[in-house]
Design a binder for this molecule. Structure first.
Ligand code: ATP
Length: 216
């Protein structure tokens, strides 16, 4: 059973790795693909070039054997749609003869509340099971479609033999965001307690997040 944790990771921080490791331990997942969202369709462009975000993600994952930095969206041209990523992953797992348990797609509540704006959002659940994590410090409302979706799909425990279920996992999470990390760095403040040491070094070496301006 594998998990997928998608993000812009701009930059990857301890809240991300903590969340992925906590879900893996809770659900007994063998690995988590930390999937770099290269060109997301449903949010503003990232502040940092893909090449830097990818290098930092690899550095953070290198510290944990079950975290796999995944560049499949980087290697696919055009907008990075979750529906396409899951479809491609199902095809490649099937041709490799891998276990057919659908993957677990992990996302924080702030990301979950945007789900109805994602490309083919109501078909995504047919390709995976969703795990929704609390996001401390972020108050977010669910729209009518999402409330209906959750009423139909929410479960108490995932049956990994099939897709189509949504589980809310109220595990303790860390109150950190990439936005806060970028803001602190632009003010010259230290964020070393929020990042893997190798990621901090990389940011310093490449002088990233000196401003809060976007690259595009
Ligand atoms: P930004 O502040 O730029 O929006 P972010 O910190 O939310 O960034 P993303 O890369 O956008 O990070 O998020 C990737 C995924 O990780 C999303 O599903 C998000 O909800 C989740 N996530 C981010 N930070 C945390 C955290 N501290 N605890 C739990 N989940 C988190």
């Amino acid at each position: 059973m594998i998990g997928i944790f998608g993000g812009t990771f701009d930059p990857v921080h301890n809240g991300h790795t903590h969340a992925a490791l906590a879900v893996a331990a809770e659900l007994g997942l063998s690995c988590i693909h930390m999937l770099l969202s290269a060109r997301p369709g449903h949010r503003a462009p990232s502040q940092t070039y893909n090449v830097h975000r990818w290098q930092m993600l690899q550095l953070a994952c290198a510290e944990h054997s079950i975290l796999i930095a995944d560049d499949s969206e980087l290697n696919r041209p055009g907008t990075s749609y979750t529906f396409d990523t899951l479809t491609a992953m199902a095809a490649s797992r099937s041709s490799a003869g891998e276990d057919k348990s659908p993957p677990v797609w992990i996302l924080g509540h702030d990301s979950y509340v945007t789900l109805t704006s994602w490309y083919r959002w109501d078909e995504i659940i047919d390709l995976c099971n969703l795990v929704v994590l609390d996001r401390p410090g972020q108050m977010t409302l669910e729209d009518r479609n999402l409330v209906d979706f959750s009423a139909q799909r929410q479960c108490e425990k995932i049956d990994h033999s099939r897709a189509g279920q949504m589980l809310r996992l109220p595990l303790p999470m860390q109150e950190v965001s990439a936005t806060f990390v970028r803001q602190q760095l632009s003010l010259g403040q230290s964020v070393s307690d929020l990042l893997a040491p190798a990621v901090s070094q990389y940011i310093e070496q490449h002088q990233l997040y000196i401003t809060t301006e976007s690259i595009v």
